[in-house]
Design a protein around this ligand. Structure first.
Ligand SMILES: [Zn+2]
Length: 359
């Protein structure tokens, strides 16, 4: 590897380390006991190492066999003994399809950026898809349900509606009916529907952040923190997360995080945190798909719109419209950051506004 590449990798690792300094609880609490001096210590999760993550056994999943790292060594900070560390390996039992979309709002020099991931076990995905098609057919019997998509920005605003092939004939009453239908759909699948939302705020404008390097922008941080959180949650439950995003909104952070994950897992310089997040489960790189080509993308757009608008209304000192109250979504895992920049999360029905800090 060329020197500049190593330097680049080190910088990238530092940025990711800074972002992920607040590790998922199960990882943060982990301690290793030295076999020599019996003292306990925290593994260095972000140290880049050229040591191979030692063998490797075929992973028992429903594809061809795969070699995965199962053991490494950490140096005891007290006596410098090399202490063996078993890497977590779970038996993959399900595949979780998750679909992501984003929204943002700017108001009074402040920016809110939000991502939502919505999905379910692949075995029940068709139930959700069928419900959405049914709702669309009820609202617009003359058009094939897959030929148009719910897109909240075009649906909620009167001016935007006029330009839309399907929405242009809809009055506000019908719009509210559609929104109620989406809330009901979400509630009717609540038992197995996964909903995650992250919102980060910053001073500045989207235009201002555009020229900033990746990982210094709230949209990139939101993307990375959300997917890392969700990967860890899925693998804890023995699921393989399959992430799909709207291709029109592809983020540069995606390339950085994928590059980092590749380096961390199989590159020449490895980082211990990754096998602990993945737990032996193969994590496919996020796919960027045609907008609204997957019904759950429409639900992710719906949730992101609602949360972004919630911030807008709060900042404007206005009431939250009952028709778009996040409470109607039921329980969502909401992520955000507190005033020290720590990632905080809470699964709740009403939006945990007080929990999160606004920049
Ligand atoms: Zn020791």
């Amino acid at each position: 590897m060329a020197t500049h590449e190593i330097k680049q990798n080190k910088n990238k690792n530092k940025q990711v380390q800074n972002l992920l300094r607040h590790l998922p609880e199960n990882i943060a609490a982990f301690r290793l006991e030295c076999s020599e001096c019996s003292k306990q210590f925290r593994p260095n999760w972000f140290k880049l190492s050229n040591e191979p993550l030692i063998p490797v056994k075929p992973n028992d999943h429903d594809g061809p066999g795969r070699w995965i790292p199962i053991k490494t060594y950490e140096i005891c900070p007290f006596c410098e003994e090399a202490v063996p560390l078993d890497l977590p390996v779970v038996q993959m039992q399900s595949k979780v399809m998750l679909f992501g979309d984003e929204a943002y709002r700017e108001e009074q020099g402040k920016l809110i950026f939000t991502y939502s991931l919505v999905g379910a076990d692949f075995k029940v995905m068709s139930k959700i898809e069928d419900s959405l098609r049914e709702l669309k057919s009820q609202l617009c019997p003359s058009e094939a349900p897959d030929s148009w998509a719910f897109h909240m920005k075009e649906l909620w605003s009167g001016d935007e509606r006029k330009k839309h092939r399907v929405f242009r004939d809809w009055n506000f009453e019908k719009v509210q009916l559609a929104v109620q239908g989406l809330f009901q759909l979400i509630q009717s699948h609540a038992e197995y529907l996964f909903m995650y939302n992250i919102a980060l705020t910053a001073k500045g404008s989207l235009k201002g952040f555009k020229s900033k390097p990746v990982l210094e922008r709230p949209q990139d941080n939101a993307y990375i923190l959300l997917i890392m959180y969700v990967i860890n949650e899925c693998t804890k439950a023995k699921g393989q997360p399959v992430l799909q995003f709207d291709a029109e909104k592809q983020t540069k952070a995606d390339q950085v995080i994928q590059g980092w994950a590749r380096d961390a897992f199989s590159g020449s310089q490895r980082c211990l945190i990754y096998p602990f997040l993945a737990k032996g489960v193969e994590i496919p790189e996020p796919i960027f798909v045609k907008p609204a080509s997957q019904p759950c993308l429409e639900l992710a757009d719906f949730i992101s719109y609602i949360i972004a608008r919630f911030y807008l209304k709060k900042w404007q000192g206005k009431e939250i419209e009952e028709a778009l109250n996040p409470r109607n979504l039921g329980k969502v895992m909401y992520l955000g950051s507190d005033e020290t920049g720590d990632l905080v999360f809470h699964k709740t029905e009403s939006y945990p506004w007080e929990l999160f800090y606004e920049s």
